[in-house]
Structures are given as structure tokens and as C-alpha cells.
Design a binder for this molecule. Sequence first.
Ligand SMILES: Cc1cc2nc3c(=O)[nH]c(=O)nc-3n(C[C@H](O)[C@H](O)[C@H](O)COP(=O)(O)O)c2cc1C
Length: 177
Amino acid sequence: MKKKIFALCGSTRANSANLQLLKAIATLSANEFEIEIYDQLAALPHFNPDRDNETPPELVTTLREKIKACDGVLICTPEYVFSLPGSLKNAIEWTVSTTLFSHKPTAIITASGLGDQAHASLQLIMKTLEANMTEHTQLHIAGVRNKVNADGEIMDKSTLKKINELIKSLSGLIKEK
Ligand SMILES: Cc1cc2nc3c(=O)[nH]c(=O)nc-3n(C[C@H](O)[C@H](O)[C@H](O)COP(=O)(O)O)c2cc1C
């Protein structure tokens, strides 16, 4: 049985390099992963602790159910103004009052022009949420637009190798099904 991976793309841009990367990963891992790329990031309401109660917004409930039901999470994001894009941070904020990420096998990729700051921030956030990650399920790709083309092909050999290693490592974190 294939392992179910829930993927969050930090970019809501139609031609996003991060979305292309996620699609490439879905193709590369098709034998072992069934990857669902979340498509409601832009529609999620802004996080508000007052609404983070027994009856949160419906989209939030659905997001939480998807994280709960999957075998592993894959986050792939650009850096915006030296931090995480607000829409991704917003989605993560809706999970802070839960234990959904605790021990959840997780891989994080920051793919951006630069990206060091966003990557460090995402690492700290996911460690704080107790996500189950290893150094091999964390990848920083600088200069992403030269490494993935519009057809979702990873053109850079070294990046392709690292992505394949990350897939293997994430799979290893998930118990056999
Ligand atoms: C508002 C804005 C702020 C940005 N800030 C940064 C930044 O701080 N660091 C960086 O590496 N790239 C920055 N970029 C460039 C993005 O990394 C680049 O556009 C990337 O391709 C976006 O990812 P995407 O192709 O998946 O949408 C910024 C882009 C935008 C639109």
C-alpha cells in the first residue's frame, strides 16, 4: 500500500517553482507515495485564537483532518522577505493548539532565490511542533528557478540526487504499511 503524503506548498502562485518541485517529487516517488498537494492555502481564514475553539472554520477542520489522516507531511516553500510566506505560516498557526505534527514523519524543503532565513525559521517551527524529522528530511535549495523548469523537471543533477535522498529518508521515517 502506498504511503499517504500531505503536501503544503508555501507559494500560491500558479507557476510556482515550489509547486513544480512538489509535482516532480510526486512523479519521482509514485511507486511508494500517494501525494496530495493541498489546494486551499489561499482560502484559509486568517488565524484568530478566538476562532480556534470547538467549532473552528470548516476549512481549518478539513486541513487538520488531512494532516491527521496522512502518513507523512511534506512542506515545500519559498522565502518571502526573509521569512516564511504569510499564507503558509497562517496554516501552521492553525495547528499550534493541536498535537497533529507531534511525531508526524515530516520533510521540509525551502526552495527560493536565497532562502536561508525561511529555512531556519521553518526548522525551528517544525521542531517546536515536535515533527519527526531527520537532517535528511530537511533540504534547502537556493536559486530554485534555475534548477526546476516549467515542466516540473529537476534540471540540476545535485538537486535531483538530494530530492531522491529526501524521498527515501521520509519513506524510512514512515512505518511500513
Ligand atoms: C514578496 C516577495 C518577497 C520575496 N522575498 C524573498 C526573500 O526574502 N528571499 C528569497 O530568497 N527570495 C525572495 N523572493 C523571491 C522568491 O524566492 C521567488 O520568487 C521564488 O521563485 C518564489 O517561489 P515560487 O516560484 O514557488 O512562487 C521574494 C518574492 C516575492 C514575491
